[in-house]
Design a protein around this ligand. Structure first.
Ligand code: AMP
Ligand code: ZN
Length: 143
């Protein structure tokens, strides 16, 4: 499997560093963003290291999209947000900060005025863990 020893997401895939895991299958992994733009902010990554949309193989971007759909459904069921954005960033100008393909699953509140460059601020880890447990249990009960 294609991997990069300096990549933080590859380290999460290899379980060298922890994450608040929501779901995994053969090709994808989903976990909570530790600098959430909003409550329930989750990420979906390909397990293989591919930098961006320009290089990731079609079957893997498809697998990431299917997993993002699952996570969005669980967020919708559990938290009934006012909306959900799927956001995927490529390159410095698009504010890509981790060079390993990923999709944000981003619950929205009406009027939150979230901008595409939302900035990174550490979340409350207890709260994130609580939300992860709720989402993971919803995923298990809804398949
Ligand atoms: P992007 O700016 O689109 O590259 O998004 C990368 C995201 O990864 C940011 O929202 C970060 O908060 C998130 N992130 C970075 N390191 C970690 C980590 N160790 N665990 C969870 N999320 C992370
Ligand atoms: Zn990587």
């Amino acid at each position: 499997m294609k991997t990069d020893e300096d990549c933080i997401f590859c380290k999460i895939v290899a379980e060298e560093i922890p994450c608040f895991k929501l779901y995994e299958d053969e090709d994808t992994l989903s976990f909570m963003d530790i600098n959430p733009a909003n409550e329930g902010h989750a990420l979906v990554i390909s397990k293989e290291h591919w930098r961006n949309v320009h290089v990731i193989p079609d079957e893997l971007i498809s697998a990431v999209s299917v997993t993002a759909k699952k996570i969005a459904s669980a967020l919708e069921t559990r938290f009934s947000p006012d909306g959900i954005n799927l956001v995927q960033c490529n390159g410095e100008g698009a504010a890509q900060s981790v060079q390993h393909f990923h999709m944000h699953v981003l619950p929205r509140k009406s009027g939150d005025e979230l901008k595409l460059n939302w900035g990174l601020a550490a979340g409350d880890m207890d709260r994130i863990q609580e939300q992860a447990a709720k989402i993971a249990s919803t995923l298990q009960s809804t398949g």
